[in-house]
Design a protein around this ligand. Structure first.
Ligand code: FEO
Length: 414
């Protein structure tokens, strides 16, 4: 039976799987366009599997693995990253190939022991710069801690310049037939899903991601094989460029507005600010209702855009819960390079604006005046305040643009 493993070169095959069934990655991030769990196998003098998949796709994975091995035994399984989207199939693979040696670092085996009861005994513990000889090819291992977990490491085939990068350079989105970058005409779609993956899954560890990329920058990289998303065999520079931009939090011109509104009055404030931004020459304005749009989409847009306006109604003398959720995620992810404006609404007792101010004080953002707080519905004075806030935001963005601070999307991914 043909089971769709894909040859990358004479000894290396792609045996990853699509998952369009799981609704939420890590049970929290929407997967409307699915996700891949990529896995690769060398059939050299030795056979070597690089990473497994989430166990819900075990049947398809095993079929691809067996087809590729074509009756040979499995000698090695390199466990680059133990998060269960890449490791939960491992115990079953090990039961099929009990002679296979798992290759991982010290921390890998701590995780494997804790998750699956697999200890380092009878397996191979590697450290930075160690190599594994497969015959004509050799894999060298580099540690990339906290991208995305402490045990994360990558593997490099120095003969062909292939980097197996695990989560680094990965993205959301199933691979709908094309799996190589040069087979894909919809890079825009993959770029957006890659950015959403990076910002929400890896973003918090951006400093470590930059460090890892600096370390790997010294290698000659002809191809990147990540554990999610396309294989970059023609334009590895494209995905490296996008990841570097995301890790450095290089923002582009524009404003992202997120509002929480129960009966439309705070929404009206957001609309007034949005229109005033446009009237002041801001061309890139996006408005999100926090009750409707998942935070992963809002945060991604905010990560990429300098201007940020947050507006919330008051709920039980406090911030509206969906807005509270958004700002706790923004806070956790240590965003930078933003200019912030805030506004809110209350009817009998304040609360929302007070909490937004407290959030603003904790961030390293430029905070704009005025802060506008309406009572029940925006008054003429509140409208003037929102227009002044929008003008100040437009002036701020212009100043940054003139100073050359903004990331230019000309000819880039978006
Ligand atoms: Fe794709 Fe951190 O797992």
């Amino acid at each position: 039976m043909k089971v769709l493993s894909v040859k990358i070169n004479d000894v290396l095959s792609y045996i990853g799987v699509n998952d369009r069934e799981t609704r939420l990655f890590e049970q929290q991030w929407p997967l409307d366009r699915g996700v891949t769990y990529n896995s690769y196998i060398y059939v050299d003098k030795k056979t070597c599997l690089l990473d497994c998949v989430k166990v819900n796709r075990i049947e398809s994975f095993v079929a691809k693995l067996q087809e590729t091995l074509n009756g040979r035994d499995l000698d090695y399984i390199v466990a680059q990253h133990v998060e269960p989207d890449h490791s939960s199939a491992l115990p079953l693979i090990l039961s099929l190939y009990p002679q296979a040696k798992i290759v991982g670092n010290k921390k890998t085996f701590t995780f494997l022991e804790n998750f699956y009861g697999i200890s380092a005994d009878n397996h191979i513990v590697v450290k930075e710069g160690d190599s594994l000889d497969l015959g004509d090819h050799r894999l060298t291992f580099y540690m990339t801690p906290m991208v995305h977990w402490p045990e994360s490491m990558v593997s490099y085939d120095d003969r062909d310049g292939i980097l197996f990068s695990q989560d680094i350079f990965g993205g959301f989105g199933a691979l709908d037939g094309p799996i190589f970058d040069d087979e894909i005409s919809r890079w825009h779609y993959h770029a957006n899903e890659t950015a959403r993956y990076y910002v929400n899954i890896v973003g918090k560890y951006s400093a470590m991601a930059e460090k890892a990329m600096d370390k790997l920058g010294g290698l000659t990289i002809n191809m990147i094989c990540p554990t999610h998303g396309p294989i970059w065999r023609s334009h590895p520079d494209m995905i490296m460029g996008l990841y570097q931009r995301l890790a450095r939090q290089e923002v582009s011109d524009g404003v992202c507005i997120a509002y929480g509104s129960m009966y439309g009055n705070t929404e009206r404030m957001a609309e007034i600010a949005a229109r005033a931004l446009a009237a002041n020459g801001v061309k890139n304005v996006r408005v999100f209702d926090v009750s409707k749009t998942h935070t992963s989409f809002i945060q991604t847009e905010m990560w990429l855009t300098r201007g940020m306006l947050l507006g919330s109604c008051t709920y039980n003398i406090a911030l509206f819960p969906p807005m509270k959720n958004l700002i706790s995620i923004l806070d956790e992810n240590r965003m930078k390079n933003h200019t912030l404006g805030i506004f809110g609404n209350y009817s009998w007792s304040g609360g929302a604006v007070k909490e937004l101010k407290a959030f603003a004080e904790k961030q390293n953002f430029e905070l704009l005046e005025p802060i506008v707080e309406a009572q029940s519905s925006p008054s003429a004075e509140d409208v003037e305040g929102l227009e002044a806030l929008a003008k100040n935001m437009a002036d701020n963005l212009r100043a940054h643009a003139e100073a050359g601070d903004n990331f230019s999307e000309e000819g880039e991914w978006k």
